[in-house]
Design a protein around this ligand. Structure first.
Ligand SMILES: [Zn+2]
Ligand SMILES: [Zn+2]
Length: 143
């Protein structure tokens, strides 16, 4: 939970005026988590705040994803706050296989965009989401 007003104002949850109360609770829980959270873990953390129904969490996650504030990591089945703070078509993550630490990266996004669109054009297919989960070992785990 956020402890000071200053923290609240700099968080994504504090900057977005159009979010519902539940959206804010979910976003704040994800922001304060040390790693991506599964919906079930989110629900556990939000119980003390009065959220008891899984659907409440899923709906909030849906809205937050549509606004580009939260990403789902398919491989982990978990959610994390977007580090860009705005919607973007190419989502690139590096994920440590050992500690499951996840980092969202921006490098190479334009090239991935070009590759995906070039490939899908050949199939008469309109790409709108390019999500790449790069697996490996982080510096801490490699040491
Ligand atoms: Zn992002
Ligand atoms: Zn690691």
């Amino acid at each position: 939970m956020m402890s000071s007003l200053a923290q609240q104002q700099t968080s994504v949850a504090g900057r977005k005026p159009r979010l519902t109360k539940n959206d804010r609770l979910v976003l704040t829980a994800l922001e304060s988590a040390e790693a991506p959270l599964k919906a079930y873990d989110l629900l556990e953390r939000l119980k003390v705040q009065g959220i008891g129904a899984p659907m409440t969490v899923y709906r909030a996650l849906d809205r937050l994803q549509k606004q580009g504030l939260v990403h789902k990591l398919d491989g982990l089945g978990a959610f994390m706050v977007c580090s860009h703070g705005h919607p973007h078509e190419v989502e690139t993550f590096i994920i440590c296989r050992d500690c499951e630490k996840v980092e969202e990266i921006k490098d190479g996004a334009q090239r991935l965009h070009d590759v995906a669109h070039h490939a899908s054009d050949n199939f008469d297919f309109k790409a709108d989401l390019i999500r790449v989960e790069i697996r490996g070992t982080c510096k801490d785990c490699a040491a």
